[in-house]
Design a protein around this ligand. Structure first.
Ligand code: SF4
Length: 328
């Protein structure tokens, strides 16, 4: 591993470093590309991690179809369709049709609400849907509504959409972004979701990013030390019932577990990201993460360094790196 640069930090005397990774990665038969249809969405999450760039809002249909062909020509066999909310894009089914035409399978990253429509989940399965990540930030209606920016009807649609996906036999992973209003209820969330959807559902807990257009929402003004004990208890409870859990954007020392399964920001093992504005360049996900993340200089000595994703540069610039404690 090489170290690329030192970042100045104002609130810590610890020097910060960045991991250097190759800016390109060959496409293989096992590669998966994150394919964004646009940032347009029918939810209004206050902590939205999207960029808010006008040019990224809603990619036109013809351009999306060209991108499918381009991805297929690069050798991609699988994509994760994402947004915004991909199912709200007017060209959604046209894109899926083109994926089928090019013999590509797909997963989806969604708020789930459209799947509540009669027949939508079944059609998605018929047209190649393999897996779904659905954002459900709380089982408590008022908390879910606030974090997803939806009405009571919107929360009901999220639940009904997950119901429909599970009934259609789609493997589902729920995505919960931590906030000040849900982090103390993780164990209840686990119990509630298992009671409704059983043990086959997978759960992912994501530490919030502050680099998107919702980065200033006070609800994500969290530190790792605020949530560590709750996340550790959640992981222990999942393991006690053999439920598959995932963490995203946690340095391993923050949860005191050097063996933790810490996913990439995208969540389904994506290897590449299709530039969502130009649509003609693939970046390795690992390269993007390395560009956004950093480590303390003391991380060099940590036994977990090879598998740890470090912390976001935004977090380290705000809070410093005093929480990072190398495993010896
Ligand atoms: S000390 Fe650094 S490398 Fe080790 S777990 Fe913490 S952030 Fe990761």
């Amino acid at each position: 591993m090489l170290w690329a640069m030192t970042l100045p930090v104002h609130q810590s005397r610890t020097r910060l470093m960045r991991r250097r990774t190759p800016p390109s990665l060959p496409v293989t038969a096992r590669s998966i590309a994150l394919f964004r249809l646009g940032e347009a969405c029918n939810n209004h999450c206050p902590m939205c991690s999207n960029s808010g760039r006008p040019e990224a809002w809603l990619t036109p249909q013809e351009e999306l179809l060209r991108r499918v062909d381009w991805l297929a020509d690069q050798g991609l066999k699988r994509v994760v369709v994402t947004g915004g909310e991909p199912t709200s894009h007017p060209a959604f089914w046209a894109v899926i049709q083109r994926l089928n035409d090019r013999s590509m399978v797909w997963d989806i990253n969604s708020n789930g609400r459209t799947f509540a429509q009669v027949g939508f989940a079944d059609r998605a399965v018929e047209e190649g849907l393999q897996r779904a990540i659905i954002s459900m930030h709380s089982h408590i209606p008022a908390v879910s509504q606030e974090m997803s920016g939806v009405t009571a009807k919107g929360h009901s649609e999220i639940l009904a959409g997950i119901d429909a996906l599970v009934a259609a036999g789609v493997p589902v992973m729920l995505n919960l972004v931590l906030s000040t209003i849900n982090h103390a209820t993780l164990l209840d969330y686990l119990d509630w979701t298992v009671a409704r959807w059983g043990h086959d559902i997978e759960l992912k807990i994501c530490f919030p990013t502050t680099v998107g257009r919702g980065g200033a929402w006070p609800g994500i003004d969290l530190r790792y030390r605020d949530v560590a004990s709750g996340v550790q208890a959640f992981v222990a409870a999942c393991e006690a019932i053999n439920l598959t859990w995932h963490l995203e954007s946690f340095p391993l020392c923050a949860i005191d577990d050097p063996r933790a399964r810490n996913m990439s920001r995208s969540g389904f093992g994506e290897t590449h990201y299709l530039d969502d504005v130009s649509g003609d360049r693939l970046y390795p996900i690992t390269h993007i993460e390395a560009e956004l993340g950093c480590y303390a200089e003391t991380c060099r000595t940590c036994q977990a360094f090879d598998t740890c994703s470090g912390v976001s540069e935004a977090y380290a610039r705000r809070w410093g790196a005093d929480e990072l404690t190398p495993f010896r």
